[in-house]
Design a protein around this ligand. Structure first.
Ligand code: G3P
Length: 222
C-alpha cells in the first residue's frame, strides 16, 4: 500500500520524506491556497523535486478545452506529476484523450461506484474517493472504499484506489483493511499515527527500568 502526504506545505513534506514511508504527495486548490505561496509554479516544482513518487496537481480551468490545455501544461512540469481532474461528464472526452497520450490522471471528487467505473474504463492512474466528505453528511464513506475494491477485483481494473479526505485514524485503518491501493494522509494525522500512547508509555518504562541498572555503557560489565 502506498502512503501519500495530503499537503502543499513544503516544510512538512521536507520533514516527512526522510522517514522513507511517503510514496507521493497530493495537492488540491484549497491546499495550495492555504500556503499563500507567491510563486505557485516554483513551489510545485520544489515539491516534485523533493518527492520520489507521484505528485498530484489539480487543474483549475473550467471548460473542457482549457482543462485539456492546462492538464498538458501541468504534466510537463515534471516526470512525477499526476494531473488531477475533478469528475464531470464534460471532462470524460478530455480524460480519455489525455490517458491515450500516456498522461497520468487522478480523477478526484469521486463519490460513487458508477463515477469510479466510468473513469476506470478510461485507464486513469488513480481515482480519489473522498471518505470524510461522505461522513460530513452522515453517510459512512468507508463503504465506498469497500465497494471500489470489489469493483476493481471484479473487472481487473488497473486504476488505483486512492483513499482521500481521510480525517482520522479509523479512516486510515479501514482503508488498509479494505485494500485501498493508496491512502493520502494530512500531515497532522500522520503525526498522530506515529505517536501511539502505549508505545510512548512502553518506551518510558524501558528507559526507567534500564536507568535502575546504572550502567554508562550497555556492554560494559563495570
Ligand atoms: O485528498 C483530498 C483532501 O485534501 C480533501 O480533504 O478534509 O478537505 O475533505 P477534506
Amino acid at each position: 500500500m502506498k502512503l501519500f502526504l495530503d499537503t502543499a506545505n513544503i516544510d512538512l513534506i521536507k520533514q516527512w520524506m526522510p522517514t522513507g514511508v511517503i510514496d507521493g504527495v497530493t495537492t488540491n486548490p484549497s491546499l495550495i491556497a492555504q500556503e499563500k505561496n507567491g510563486n505557485i509554479k516554483a513551489a510545485l516544482l520544489d515539491i516534485c523535486n523533493m518527492v520520489n513518487g507521484d505528485v498530484s496537481i489539480e487543474v483549475v480551468e473550467k471548460t473542457p478545452e482549457k482543462v485539456y490545455a492546462q492538464a498538458k501544461e501541468i504534466s510537463n512540469l515534471a516526470k512525477n506529476v499526476v494531473v488531477k481532474i475533478p469528475f464531470a461528464q464534460e471532462y470524460l472526452p478530455v480524460i480519455s484523450k489525455l490517458t491515450k497520450e500516456n498522461i497520468k490522471i487522478n480523477v478526484t471528487l469521486i463519490f460513487s461506484l458508477t463515477q469510479a467505473l466510468l473513469v476506470s474504463k478510461l485507464n486513469v492512474k488513480y481515482i480519489s474517493p473522498f471518505i470524510g466528505r461522505w461522513d460530513d453528511i452522515d453517510i459512512d464513506g468507508m463503504e465506498l472504499i469497500k465497494d471500489l475494491v470489489t469493483m476493481k477485483k471484479n473487472y481487473n481494473f488497473k486504476t488505483e484506489i486512492l483513499a482521500a479526505s481521510i480525517r482520522n485514524v479509523i479512516h486510515l485503518q479501514k482503508s488498509i483493511l479494505y485494500g485501498a491501493d493508496v491512502a493520502t494522509i494530512p500531515p497532522l494525522l500522520l503525526d498522530k499515527v506515529f505517536k501511539h500512547p502505549l508505545t510512548i508509555q512502553g518506551i518510558e518504562k524501558f528507559d526507567n527500568d534500564w536507568k535502575k541498572l546504572n550502567k554508562t555503557n550497555m556492554f560494559n560489565e563495570k
